[in-house]
Design a protein around this ligand. Structure first.
Ligand code: DGL
Length: 255
């Protein structure tokens, strides 16, 4: 048993989509969220740079006493997960990757669309899973251009947001995709816009947060790290940006 917090890390606000699911699924657990904010977006930065940022973030969370870390960022996972697990072998670290597996297993049209950042799409975890489960399936990928900025600047409900979403998913829909994978933790905050663009087509949106929360629970059990039953959780919000950003993280988490 261990009442220390779980660390949750993202380039910015996006990982809060995972944070919310963790809070719902693991209500006794304290959560310390680190949203970089200063270096966001990560999506087209060189891999080495993202790896250094991820290392700083995980080191900060461990210095805050976190018992495990969820890298709630597909981009940081793609760039750094092996490095982090090697560097911090005694800490369970959960990574995120686009939920290509369930989408490929469930598609009926045989066409799956994957939205993610450039770095995630050219990263090892996505390529490996797509190669493993995507045989015989047409997997169409597209970076969600502008999506992260829209979420970071609270511009989700603007005509520009709808135009960006249309530009990214239009072709997937035209080519018959019936599953759209949200391969970046910022994208669930645009879910309502994506649904609007999908309209009445029979298309499902697939995201990984619930699976990540389940995986986190399994690791807590495996390493005997669960908080005591009925433990009153504490929620903290850290950033490499400033206090105003930390306050935004807190507000968005509980929105
Ligand atoms: N939210 C992140 C992800 O899941 C990164 C977005 C970014 O900073 O570009 O990929």
């Amino acid at each position: 048993m261990n009442n220390n917090p779980i660390g949750v890390y993202d380039s910015g606000l996006g990982g809060l989509s995972v944070w919310r699911e963790l809070r719902r699924a693991l209500p006794d657990e304290s959560l310390t969220y680190l949203g970089d904010g200063k270096n966001c977006p990560y999506g087209s930065r060189p891999r080495e740079e993202v790896r250094l940022l991820a290392d700083d973030a995980v080191a900060s969370l461990l210095a805050e006493g976190c018992k495990m870390v969820v890298v709630a960022c597909n981009t940081a996972t793609a760039a750094a997960i092996d490095f982090l697990r090697e560097k911090y072998p005694s800490v369970p670290i959960v990574g995120l990757e686009p939920a290509v597996k369930p989408a490929c297993l469930e598609t009926r049209s045989g066409v799956v669309g994957v939205l993610a950042t450039e770095r995630s799409l050219d990263g090892e975890p996505f390529r490996r899973t797509a190669a493993r489960y995507g045989s015989g399936i047409e997997v169409i990928t597209a970076p969600g251009r502008g999506f992260v900025e829209l979420v970071e600047q609270s511009r989700e409900d603007t005509p520009e947001a709808e135009a960006c979403v249309r530009a990214a998913v239009g072709e997937m829909l035209d080519r018959g995709a019936d599953r759209i994978v949200l391969g970046c933790t910022h994208y669930p905050f645009l879910r309502h816009v994506i649904e609007r663009v999908i309209g009445d087509r029979d298309v499902r949106i697939v995201d990984s947060s619930a699976a990540v929360a389940r995986r986190t629970g399994q690791l807590l059990d495996r390493f005997a790290l669960r908080a005591a039953e009925g433990h009153k959780p504490e929620y903290r919000f850290l950033t490499f940006a400033d206090d105003v950003y930390a306050e935004r993280l807190r507000r968005k988490a509980f929105e």
